[in-house]
Design a binder for this molecule. Structure first.
Ligand SMILES: Nc1ncnc2c1ncn2[C@@H]1O[C@H](COP(=O)(O)OP(=O)(O)OP(=O)(O)O)[C@@H](O)[C@H]1O
Length: 371
């Protein structure tokens, strides 16, 4: 178990840099999930930490060991890092137990040694840990996708790594298996006490299983925070839209309130560069801002007439669409030029055509308005 620190990492394959000064810190035994659009550099980050790609600049430290810095590039096999790829990548001619034994340092990457080691207690313990105690003699072709991923995790843990890197480990699985496996992988990593980085395309997955979430775009890490902070206080409007549904309204700043189409709302200011700017640097009164409202922050109350809407204080609107998902539903609500998405529980479902008053619950966030 070890802390992982990355400082000002710059990586490129050809002329252009693919990672641009990425810094992150994953405490001992924590799981960091990295999300970001395709091509933003997630896999490159994992490959560089693993030592498979050389950095142009920056440092990587695992515990007290510096594994990458100017003039130093520790070989991948010496980094004490386990790797779980998207497709499990098991050896087809080795049994489950032999595949796991292959990861033992004593097997030294040899199939012959792995066959000999397959009956060892530590292999049996790893098999039990990933819930496959009865399947040690099976070949990979006789496993389901989820079972194969568990074997890949056990093989990665066999070397007693300080850090495990998981590159889209659930990507090829169906949604039910995926949900089931991600819960158990989180528990297994915790039990093994290993620090982990998980790359995923699934924002909900990142928010639900990780201790920390890193949001990348164009080779930069835009935010590294707890899942709650990333969702509740995104560093930029782009992050807000990437990690969840977001409505942005134009507004003006007035002290700790904004005025926008949904009325005058209590608001917190999020400066352009949340990491460095002082929170005191709020805009001047009357300055234009972009107001973030999440769909679940909109409360809808059905109305009998326009007069009632005015009494409630919010704009009168009408429900024009319903997207039902079982436990909740997304309602499209239109008020004049304003089009909003509001998330309601199944019990709060309103039919198309219902006239409603719209109210914002809680504080909203205000970002610098983009020209
Ligand atoms: N071996 C390589 N040689 C040259 N360019 C590469 C190489 N591997 C990746 N790239 C480029 O580096 C950039 C980042 O790729 P990377 O695979 O790290 O992104 P990613 O965020 O993991 O993408 P995805 O989500 O699609 O897997 C992309 O523009 C990609 O084309």
């Amino acid at each position: 178990m070890s802390r992982l620190e990355v400082r000002d990492l710059v990586v490129g394959y050809d002329a252009a840099d693919v990672l641009r000064s990425v810094s992150l810190d994953v405490p001992d035994g924590s799981l960091l999930a990295i999300v970001g659009p395709s091509g933003c550099g997630k896999t490159t980050l994992l490959r560089t930490i693993a030592g498979l790609v050389r950095a142009r600049a920056g440092e990587i430290r695992i515990g007290t060991r510096m594994v990458t810095t100017h003039g130093i590039h520790l070989a991948p096999e010496k980094r004490r890092i386990g790797w779980v790829p998207q497709d499990a990548a098991l050896f087809p001619h080795l049994t489950v137990a032999e595949n796991i034994a292959f990861g033992l340092p004593s097997a030294r990457g040899s199939a012959k040694s792995a066959r000999r080691a397959a009956t060892r207690d530590d292999v049996q313990r790893l098999l039990a840990l990933v819930g496959l105690g009865a399947l040690g003699d099976r070949l990979p072709a006789q496993l389901s996708g989820g079972q194969a991923q568990r074997v890949a995790l056990a093989r990665a843990l066999a070397s007693a790594p300080d850090v495990v890197l998981l590159d889209e480990p659930f990507g090829a699985l169906d949604p039910i298996l995926r949900a089931d496996l991600r819960g158990s992988v989180r528990e297994l990593l915790r039990e093994a006490g290993v620090t982990g980085i998980l790359v995923t395309h699934d924002q909900a997955e990142a928010l639900s299983i990780a201790d920390l979430v890193g949001v990348m775009r164009g080779g930069e890490l835009l935010q590294l925070d707890t899942p709650e902070q990333v969702y509740r206080r995104p560093a930029t409007p782009w992050v807000a839209g990437f990690v969840g549904d977001a409505v942005f309204l134009p507004g003006t700043w007035h002290g700790d309130e904004v005025a926008c189409a949904l009325g005058r709302l209590p608001a917190d200011w999020v400066p352009d560069d949340a990491a460095t700017a002082s929170p005191l640097e709020a805009p001047v009164d009357g300055a234009s801002v972009a107001v973030l409202v999440r769909p679940e922050e909109l409360a809808l109350s059905p109305l009998a007439a326009d007069a009632e809407a005015q009494a409630v204080g919010g704009p009168a609107a009408v429900v024009t669409g319903v997207s039902y998902t079982g436990h909740d539903a997304m309602l499209t609500v239109v008020a004049g030029d304003l089009r909003l998405e509001a998330r309601v529980t199944a019990a709060g479902l309103l039919p198309v055509g219902t006239r409603v008053a719209v109210r914002v619950t809680g504080r909203v966030l205000a970002y610098p308005a983009r020209a």
